[in-house]
Design a protein around this ligand. Structure first.
Ligand code: XMP
Length: 314
C-alpha cells in the first residue's frame, strides 16, 4: 500500500541530500509540479525559486492561477512570458515528435537563462513514472517523448532532481491531498501544453482558438458535473484538427476548422476509456464552440480508448 506521509518524508530527505545550494522548479500549475514545488520548499525553504514560463500554449488564465498557488505556498515566483520565442521556434514544424523536442529544448533553455539569474545549479522537476516509461525508459519503446524527459538536451547545465519519478498519477494525487493542496483533483495537462492539441503547425492564431475551445469544454463539463448530469471525467479537452470543412454561418458559406472533443476515464494514464458524456452536454459544447469561435464550424467526438489511441492526439 502506498503511504503518502512516508513518501513525503523520504522525498524531503532525498532533496536535502542531493541539493547543495539554490534550486529552481518548473511550475506549470499542474498537480505534479505543484506537489514537487511544495516538497521542494519543505526541503529547501528560500533556496527554492519557482519559475513559470508562459510558452504561449498554456490554458486560459493559467498564469494568474499559478501565481496565486505558488505565492500562497510562500515560494518566490519568477514569471516569464516567452510565448513569442516558442511561436517562432515552432514556425513551419508539423511533426509531433519534432514539436515535442523543440518545445522541451526551448523550455529548458529559457529555464537555464532564468536560473542563471537566480544563481541556481539545480532543477527540480515533477516528472512521474508514465512520463519516462512512455519516453522509452527502461526496455520499452518510445510512444511519445514527454516534454520533461525526451526533450532535454544532453548538455544541460542544471543538475536535475526528480522527486516524483517513481510515482503514478493516482499516487501523486494522494501526496497532494496529504499536503493539503487544492490542485489534488485538477485534471492533467501535458508539458508541451496546447501545442500538442493543435495537430500540425502550432501557430499563435491556432493557439488562441484551441485555448478558448479547451476553456469551453472545461466550463461545460465541470458545470454538468456540478449539476450531477455526469461525473467529472479524468481528463477532458479539445483538439484542433488540420481539416477544414464546408459549413453555413447564417446564410453564408463557411469554410472553417474542425475541433475534436476528447474526454477519458483513467487511473494511471497508462490505459484509458473514452467518457460517455451525455448528448445534452456534447450539444452545449458544440453549440458554444461554433457560436463563440467564428473560425470553427465542425465538432466531432473522439471515441477511442487507450490503447490503441493515446490520450493526447500527438
Ligand atoms: P498520452 O497522450 O501519452 O498521455 O496517453 C498520458 C497522460 O500524460 C499527459 N501527457 C504529458 N504529461 N508531459 C507531461 O507531463 C508530456 O509531454 C505529456 N504528454 C502527455 C496526457 O495529458 C495524459 O494525461
Amino acid at each position: 500500500m502506498f503511504d503518502a506521509e512516508k513518501f513525503i518524508e523520504k522525498a524531503v530527505e532525498e532533496i536535502k541530500s542531493k541539493v547543495k545550494g539554490k534550486a529552481v522548479i518548473a511550475t506549470s500549475g499542474g498537480v505534479d509540479s505543484t506537489v514537487a514545488a511544495k516538497i521542494g520548499s519543505m526541503a529547501l525553504g528560500e533556496n527554492l525559486v519557482a519559475i513559470y514560463v508562459d510558452t504561449g500554449y498554456m490554458r486560459k488564465g493559467e498564469g494568474e492561477k499559478v501565481k496565486k498557488i505558488v505565492e500562497g505556498m510562500g515560494i518566490k515566483l519568477r514569471y516569464v512570458d516567452a510565448s513569442k520565442e516558442f511561436y517562432e521556434a515552432l514556425k513551419g514544424v508539423t511533426d509531433p515528435e519534432q514539436k515535442r523536442k523543440i518545445i522541451g529544448e526551448k523550455f529548458i533553455r529559457v529555464f537555464e537563462r532564468e536560473a542563471l539569474e537566480e544563481k541556481a545549479e539545480y532543477l527540480i522537476q515533477g516528472t512521474i513514472a508514465p512520463d519516462w516509461i512512455e519516453s522509452g525508459g527502461g526496455l520499452r519503446d518510445t510512444i511519445k517523448s514527454h516534454h520533461n524527459v525526451g526533450g532535454l538536451p544532453p548538455d544541460i547545465n542544471l543538475e536535475i532532481v526528480e522527486p516524483l519519478r517513481d510515482l503514478y498519477k493516482d499516487e501523486v494525487r494522494k501526496v497532494a491531498r496529504a499536503l493539503g493542496l487544492e490542485v489534488a483533483e485538477k485534471q492533467p495537462f501535458p508539458g508541451p501544453g496546447l501545442a500538442v492539441r493543435i495537430i500540425g503547425e502550432a501557430t499563435e492564431e491556432k493557439a488562441k482558438v484551441i485555448r478558448e475551445a479547451c476553456h469551453i469544454v472545461e466550463e461545460e463539463i465541470e458545470k454538468a458535473a456540478e449539476e450531477k448530469k455526469m461525473s467529472k471525467p479524468w481528463q477532458y479537452f479539445a483538439v484542433l484538427l488540420p481539416v477544414k470543412t464546408v459549413g453555413v454561418h447564417g446564410d453564408r458559406r463557411a469554410y472553417g476548422h474542425t475541433i475534436a472533443i476528447r474526454s477519458v476515464e483513467s487511473v494511471d494514464a497508462m490505459t484509458a476509456d473514452f467518457s460517455h458524456i451525455p448528448y445534452e452536454v456534447l450539444d452545449r459544447i458544440s453549440t458554444r464552440i461554433t457560436n463563440e469561435l467564428n473560425e470553427v464550424n465542425r465538432i466531432v467526438y473522439d471515441i477511442t480508448n487507450k490503447p490503441p489511441g493515446t490520450v493526447e492526439w500527438e
